[in-house]
Design a protein around this ligand. Structure first.
Ligand code: ADP
Length: 249
């Protein structure tokens, strides 16, 4: 039976890998991978700052960046608009799960580095950041997980890779990939990165690039919700590997 470009089923996430505590030089660190998309996150803080003494909520700073060698074509600009925008989006997600009131007068910096990019970097970045925060022991309401779902041609799939994100059936005609049109169908791709709180079955981030019907969107989000537990399980294992005593998980 025909499958996706990389041999996956429609509801199959790329190979996931997670590890926490990868650096001794910061309070929390983690690595998260969806196939060829790899993110590292480092948490510095919370640092108590005198000038923030009377500030009730902790301050959060997030920086997402792609390393120059993370893509086949070397990326040039030092900080792109895309990176600035993604940093803001990721920060919004993280603010949703942190209890910043419990760390007043502090600053926490999260530095996220994409060392290899094959689409889905923002979702891998969020996952790495959440794990690094868990490593730093910063109070969180719940472990949020992120993954992209979407529509490639006419097919609903999870965790799109770059070839799927760039899908355009017309452009495949006459190429070695023409046979995949039979699997995906006609059209282009719609990418929908989401972040979820699995235990509350709540979506805390949803972005949509492309077009999709209401019914298809519902199917895609149901898929993300269902698979969010699989991602959370990868988190749980990574946390237990470093903190075997953490029974709460
Ligand atoms: P995401 O990585 O979250 O899917 P985008 O949709 O913006 O975010 O990017 C999709 C993919 O396009 C990235 O994962 C990466 O593979 C590629 N890409 C993005 N920006 C660049 C860039 N400046 N140079 C080369 N490839 C890039």
């Amino acid at each position: 039976m025909m499958k996706r470009f990389d041999g996956r089923d429609w509801n199959e996430i790329r190979k996931m890998e997670a590890k926490i505590g990868i650096s001794e030089n910061c309070e929390g660190s983690a690595y998260f991978r969806f196939g060829n998309t790899i993110a590292y996150a480092f948490v510095y803080g919370p640092k108590q700052l005198k000038i923030l003494d009377n500030v009730e909520e902790g301050v959060l700073r997030v920086r997402y960046s792609m390393l120059p060698f993370s893509t086949p074509e070397r990326k040039k600009s030092p900080v792109s608009r895309r990176e600035v925008e993604l940093s803001t989006i990721i920060k919004r997600v993280i603010k949703n799960v942190l209890v910043l009131k419990e760390i007043p007068g502090t600053v926490t910096d999260i530095d996220i580095k994409i060392i290899s990019a094959d689409a889905g970097t923002r979702t891998a970045a969020i996952n790495a950041a959440i794990l690094a925060l868990a490593d730093a022991g910063i109070p969180m309401k719940d472990l949020a997980v992120a993954v992209a779902v979407g529509k490639v041609g006419q097919r609903i799939v999870i965790d799109l890779n770059k070839m799927e994100e760039d899908y355009n059936s017309e452009k495949l005609v006459g190429t070695e990939y023409e046979k995949y049109i039979e699997y995906y169908g006609q059209g282009t791709a719609t990418d929908i990165p989401v972040a979820i709180l699995p235990s509350e079955k709540k979506i805390i981030m949803l972005q949509l690039d492309g077009s999709i019907t209401e019914e298809e969107l519902k199917r895609a989000l149901d898929l993300a919700m269902e698979k969010s537990f699989e991602i959370k399980e990868v988190f749980r294992k990574a946390i237990l590997e470093k903190y075997p005593e953490d029974k709460k998980l």
